[in-house]
Design a protein around this ligand. Structure first.
Ligand SMILES: NC(=O)c1ccc[n+]([C@@H]2O[C@H](COP(=O)([O-])OP(=O)(O)OC[C@H]3O[C@@H](n4cnc5c(N)ncnc54)[C@H](O)[C@@H]3O)[C@@H](O)[C@H]2O)c1
Length: 445
């Protein structure tokens, strides 16, 4: 258990670095050497969290945390020995933790993630990883500081579909020639006029102030809590103080199809157009274009995100992209690749469909399959630390997407210095890189 020992040393260094007094509580810190199980806290214990129950049951779920005690009751049926918390800050101090799984609302993801990594904990965080450019950058920086000791994964579990590998191989191997442009789109539309008005009082089981967490005060309304388990995010994620609408929601999954095939760095510029800007609600219709720098195998190119009715042009008269709810398209000098999450189609440019320029990979050289995305992270925590959507890969992607929203809100094309996280041509846009937090909440505690 070399990894366990490394983590013990790391915990002391990390605690010292973050100015925290956190000391290991057990002689054998971390995964129990006898049975190799991780001690996990599940934060946000109902809804999306339920999709993690069966994967986590084989580990030691020692703590469950939820702002709604009714939801803790549900999780406690599955994890009866776990200690219950309503405040994630206290939960992270649970003795002997190795790792956390975060399934709370978007506006708390970056907070819990940073705090957990600063305490030497491995993190699986549901998408989207962050709710602003600043949050994305802080999470990525914290991760990069500790990446030799921590396993991280953002919950874009569709990444395990074999199609993600096939698309990457096709692009790397030149199936569309030299890449000219790439786009991804999604068609989910959830229009709302503004924050919900005050209505009634929170149920006794719900700690509403903790639900608001770092976000500015908004009155309670049961409408934020009326969705089915696993879909309640669609009751709050379109409001700026709680989420980023479809950009962070399906955008996290669908842009991943493109991002996985591009080896992209941060964009040098971004622009966004769509519905008129509403200070309370994120746009339904939106188009954001990013200028992605060249790398050692492809040229610089524009990467565009379309949503809510904005759509890319069909590649030919026969193909109607509207029939693909969420997809990506790669346009090159020799052809076009159109992909959904699980399937793809290659359209060569030439009329006779000649593909002789492209050599298909033999079986020995195809990219390795991810058998189970959540399991990939658990295995990584126990050794190796390697995951497919770590906070560097996914952190850069969400930083780009959040920058697009900045350009959209500022109403102008922004130039971006990704090394320093600065908008270089617009102080108004630069001010939008961060969110405002309520007093008492620290992003990187
Ligand atoms: N990967 C996927 O396919 C997928 C699918 C659905 C949802 N999600 C993501 O999962 C997250 C949760 O979505 P949901 O639909 O389950 O939402 P939800 O509103 O049902 O919240 C999930 C749980 O978290 C609890 N919670 C909220 N804030 C908390 C806090 N500060 N501390 C502790 N508990 C808190 C809620 O009470 C609830 O039990 C969202 O970020 C969403 O984007 C991902």
């Amino acid at each position: 258990m070399a990894n366990t020992l490394q983590r013990r040393e790391f915990l002391m260094t990390a605690a010292a670095g973050a100015g925290l007094l956190v000391l290991p509580s057990r002689t054998v810190f971390g995964a129990d050497a006898a049975n190799s199980k991780l001690n996990i806290a599940l934060i946000g214990a109902w809804g999306r969290a339920m999709a993690h129950y069966d994967g986590l049951i084989h580990e030691n779920v020692v703590a469950i945390c939820d702002v709604d005690e009714k939801h803790l009751d549900v999780a406690a049926e599955k994890f009866p020995k776990a200690k219950r918390y309503v405040d994630w800050r206290k939960c992270l101090d649970h003795k002997g933790l190795d790792a956390v799984v975060i399934c709370t609302c978007d506006h708390t993801h970056a907070f819990i993630t940073n705090w957990a990594m600063n305490r030497g904990l491995h993190v699986y965080c549901e998408k989207p990883l962050a709710n602003s450019v600043e949050e994305a950058r802080v999470v990525r920086a914290t991760y990069l500081k500790h990446k030799d000791k921590l396993a991280t994964q953002v919950g874009t579990q569709r990444h395990q579909y074999e199609n993600f590998n096939r698309v990457r191989e096709l692009i790397l191997d030149g199936a569309v020639g030299d890449l000219k442009s790439v786009c991804a789109w999604g068609n989910r539309q959830l229009p709302r006029p503004g924050y919900l008005p005050a209505e009634g009082a929170p149920p006794k089981t719900l700690h509403y102030d903790l639900w608001l967490g770092p976000s500015p005060e908004h009155p309670y309304n049961p409408g934020y809590f009326s969705g089915q388990a696993g879909a309640n995010c669609l009751s709050w994620n379109m409001y700026w103080d709680f989420g980023s609408g479809q950009v962070g929601d399906m955008g996290s999954h669908t842009m991943d199809l493109a991002w996985n095939a591009l080896d992209a760095g941060l964009p040098t510029a971004a622009e966004g157009t769509g519905d008129p800007v509403n200070p309370e609600v994120t746009p339904v219709k939106l188009q954001m274009t990013f200028q992605i720098p060249a790398n050692d195998w492809r040229p610089a190119l524009p990467l565009t995100w379309f949503q809510g009715g904005a759509m890319p042009k069909n590649p030919n008269d026969e193909m109607d992209l509207n029939k693909i709810d969420h997809g990506a398209m790669f346009t090159g000098t020799k052809g076009v690749l159109v992909s959904g999450f699980e399937n793809r189609i290659l359209l060569p440019n030439n009329e006779d469909g000649d593909l002789s320029y492209y050599k298909h990979r033999d079986k020995e050289h195809v990219l390795p399959r991810i058998h189970n995305f959540q399991r990939e992270w658990i295995d990584a925590c126990k050794g190796g630390l390697k995951t497919s959507c770590d906070f560097d890969y996914a952190g850069k992607m969400i930083e780009m997407m959040m920058l697009g929203l900045v350009a959209y809100r500022a109403g102008k094309a922004v130039e971006y210095d990704g090394a320093n996280g600065r908008v270089t041509n617009s102080p108004e846009a630069e001010a939008l890189l961060c969110r405002k937090y309520r007093k008492g909440w620290t992003l990187n505690g």
